[in-house]
Design a protein around this ligand. Structure first.
Ligand code: AHR
Length: 496
């Protein structure tokens, strides 16, 4: 058994817990929208055709914001196709996913779904095939109260009240060669800046996100952020980060340490943004919207043939997550929380069926994937301030990241309750963790749960939906403030 200890002290404050850390993403991709959130013929569909079982699970997941409608999809999207009477909505080719888009769901339905789910919508505009005018039209349609062509059209379409969308992404992954209409950083930076300026003429209070690199491994990573921010610094609030991880070549040790790359990614983008700010002699800080993050077996997708015959809502990117995925995922969530001073919004990509914590069968059941649980626990229990923890942990060698601590942890503290989120990355040994909570005035452990299994590749399925779920941790020693974390585990320890 390994041993580690850590100190929790309210003085080690990083930033407030940001509710927007617990955002997700709904894209017109595969079965995320159709047979995901929307399936009119389903036995649990409500009067709008939304699946009640998915709405319930979304609320249980504790989602704050939902980014929409893409992703790669948005770079060819004409938002007007998705409003007005359904029978008049056109079908279009979706070049991003080689599918047919029926437009049965559009912006009005999505905002309606958000209200039912109790989440904040976050919108992306198309800067791939379109530009300033379409973005302004969409903004007027969504947010202007009434008395103009587009706001009155919204009312005529059944949404009298404005949608009031605050947060807007200026395109998606515009650096990426797979993006329809992708651009050089100067081309994109100019277009994003002019779009942002025009949108702010409508509403100066919008929160705008400029596209960062599609991943930290893109050839122009760093240069892209610097050049885009040189153009947009004064008119945007965020730069985006996107990162996906998967276990490669059976190297579980490296995979469990993937948050190391995310830490590097965040610190590099923060340094780049601050460097641009310094050169511009600006006091303003650009924060990060980590608006796509997850475990994604991207190599499987890249090796598969694209759909033929332009199907409607084909099953795409339907990864079935196992325990080790959930633990690596928990590590990423811990990293997002640890960086809450600069990562002030994030979106788990995505919500349903497409690399998602919620899975559905058309016409039948819905269930929680393994990754559902770290997200739901962190969203419901993280409160007050994020605290850095001072830890002493054994290290282990990884092929991808060198020496990495076995323990990866963060705490939150709201004056009364303190919660520690921790993963044990050891693939074969429990980790006995002693918690020094003297600065919390005699706080005791009140509960500890763990997400673990004897088989690190065990999954939840429709037939066995709760195989992997948080269970009480039997390894608590109250007198020594010690908890034993099983190998390959996600853990939540509550003190009061
Ligand atoms: O989330 C899946 C896809 O990953 C998104 O559409 C795109 O933005 C990214 O490349």
């Amino acid at each position: 058994m390994h041993t580690a200890h850590l100190t929790i002290d309210p003085a080690f404050r990083v930033a407030p817990v940001r509710r927007r850390t617990f955002g997700t993403f709904v894209e017109h991709l595969g079965r995320c929208v159709y047979t995901g959130i929307y399936e009119p013929g389903h036995p649990k569909a409500d009067e709008d055709g939304f699946r009640r079982d998915v709405l319930d699970l979304t609320r249980e997941l504790g989602v704050s914001t939902v980014r929409y409608p893409g992703g790669n999809f948005v770079s060819g999207y004409r938002w007007e196709d998705g409003v007005g009477p359904r029978e008049r909505r056109p079908r279009r080719l979706d070049l991003a996913w080689h599918s047919t888009e029926t437009n049965e769901v559009g912006i009005d339905e999505f905002v309606r779904w958000c209200a039912k789910a109790g989440v904040e919508p976050m919108m992306a505009v198309n800067l791939g095939t379109r530009g300033i005018e379409a973005a302004l039209d969409l903004l007027e349609y969504c947010n202007h109260p009434s008395g103009t062509a587009l706001s009155d059209l919204r009312a005529a379409n059944g949404a009298k009240e404005p949608h009031g969308i605050k947060m807007w992404c200026l395109g998606n992954e515009m650096d990426a060669p797979w993006q329809t209409g992708h651009k050089t950083p100067r081309e994109y930076g100019r277009l994003a800046a002019e779009t942002a300026r025009a949108m702010r003429m409508v509403d100066p209070g919008l929160e705008l996100v400029a596209c960062g690199s599609s991943s930290s491994s893109m050839p122009a990573f760093g240069t892209w952020e610097a050049e885009v921010l040189e153009e947009t610094y004064d008119v945007v609030d965020y730069i985006s980060c996107h990162a996906y991880y998967e276990e490669k070549d059976g190297d579980l040790g490296s995979f469990l340490a993937c948050a190391t790359d995310m830490e590097y990614f965040i610190s590099s983008v923060v340094a780049t943004a601050d460097h641009v700010g310094a050169r511009l002699k600006s006091r303003k800080k650009i924060n990060i919207s980590f608006d796509e993050w997850n475990i994604w077996y991207l190599s499987r997708f890249q090796n598969a043939a694209p759909p033929v015959d332009w199907p409607i809502a084909p099953p795409l990117l339907e990864d079935h997550y196992h325990l080790a995925d959930a633990v690596a995922f928990g590590g990423l969530l811990i990293t997002l929380l640890r960086n809450s001073d600069r990562v002030t919004a994030a979106s788990l990509a995505q919500l349903v069926n497409v690399i998602a914590p919620i899975m559905t069968e058309p016409g039948r059941r819905a269930w929680r994937q393994t990754t559902f649980h770290p997200f739901a626990q962190a969203s419901s229990l993280a409160a007050g301030d994020v605290l850095r923890v001072e830890q002493v942990s054994p290290m282990y060698e990884t092929a991808e990241y060198g020496e990495v601590p076995l323990l990866h942890a963060v705490a939150t503290h709201d004056g009364e309750a303190t919660t520690l989120f921790a993963i044990n990355r050891s693939t074969d040994q429990p980790l006995s963790l002693r918690i020094d909570a003297r600065a919390l005035g005699g706080a005791r452990i009140v509960e500890a749960t763990t997400l673990t299994d004897s088989d690190v590749y065990a999954r939840n399925t429709a037939d066995d939906p709760d195989r992997i779920a948080p269970r009480p941790n039997p390894g608590i020693q109250h007198d020594t403030m010690t908890v034993v974390l099983p190998p390959v585990s996600w853990n939540v320890i509550r003190l009061a």
